[in-house]
Design a binder for this molecule. Structure first.
Ligand code: E4P
Length: 217
């Protein structure tokens, strides 16, 4: 399973990259706004800076909601770097745009997916990635993780190659459960990735080993 980081924060991207586990990055307009990035030049420069750190795909989201606008934005985004994947919302014009972009060999990530039907449609349109949002389903008292299982089953039934990119990850348990269910990629905030490191028995075991080491070093 590939690990993507879900942030536009360069320091966090560098930290995940330094750990040696980073396969890609996903961003969205909210994450870009959080970094205080404003205006076309700054946006382009920021995506380029992310691409320069990462060895893998970098999702950059369009903000147009009409077909022509999405295609226009996509064509600008892919000029930034070959690592750019065009992130397109699961709406009528978005699906049409994914179909067109995939026919041109342009990688796409269909975002804001909350049902298996949406995931099926994204795959039919040729999306490279589909992004089901687990955490936001959990937020409305639905088992978000079940959606990963449903999509996996449907894609496997037909040998669909669209990659399941589990998104809206909130904790290490989400990551582990996605891995158990066969998600192709998980995109998560840095703290969820780092919390995979943690176990109290690791901490207490290491403390004891280091204490005992003083006896013979
Ligand atoms: C990823 O592609 C999404 O933009 C992201 O995971 C959304 O996460 P959130 O629900 O924590 O905002």
């Amino acid at each position: 399973m590939k690990f993507f980081i879900d942030t536009a924060n360069l320091d966090q991207i560098k930290q995940a990259h330094d750990l040696g586990v980073l396969d890609g990055v996903t961003t969205n307009p909210s994450l870009m706004a959080k970094e205080g990035i404003k205006g076309p030049k700054a946006i382009t420069a920021h995506y380029k800076a992310i691409c320069d750190v990462v060895d893998g795909d970098v999702s950059a989201e369009v903000i147009s909601t009409d077909y022509e606008g999405i295609i226009r934005e996509a064509e600008e985004l892919i000029k930034i770097d070959p690592k750019i994947v065009v992130k397109v919302p699961m709406i009528y014009d978005g699906v049409k745009a994914i179909k067109y972009l995939s026919s041109k060999g342009i990688k796409t990530n269909c975002t804001l997916v909350f049902s298996a039907g949406q995931a099926l449609l994204a795959a039919k349109a040729g999306a490279t990635y589909v992004s089901p949002f687990l955490g936001r389903l959990d937020d409305i008292s639905t088992e978000g993780i079940n959606l990963i299982a449903e999509i996996r089953q449907i894609y496997d039934n037909y040998g669909i190659t669209t990659q399941i990119l589990a998104a809206s990850i909130r904790n290490a348990m989400h990551i582990v459960n996605c891995a158990k269910l066969g998600a192709d990629v998980v995109t998560s905030p840095l703290d969820s990735i780092l919390s995979l490191l943690k176990h109290p028995l690791t901490d207490s075991g290491l403390a004891k080993f280091l204490e005992d080491a003083k006896k013979f070093v």
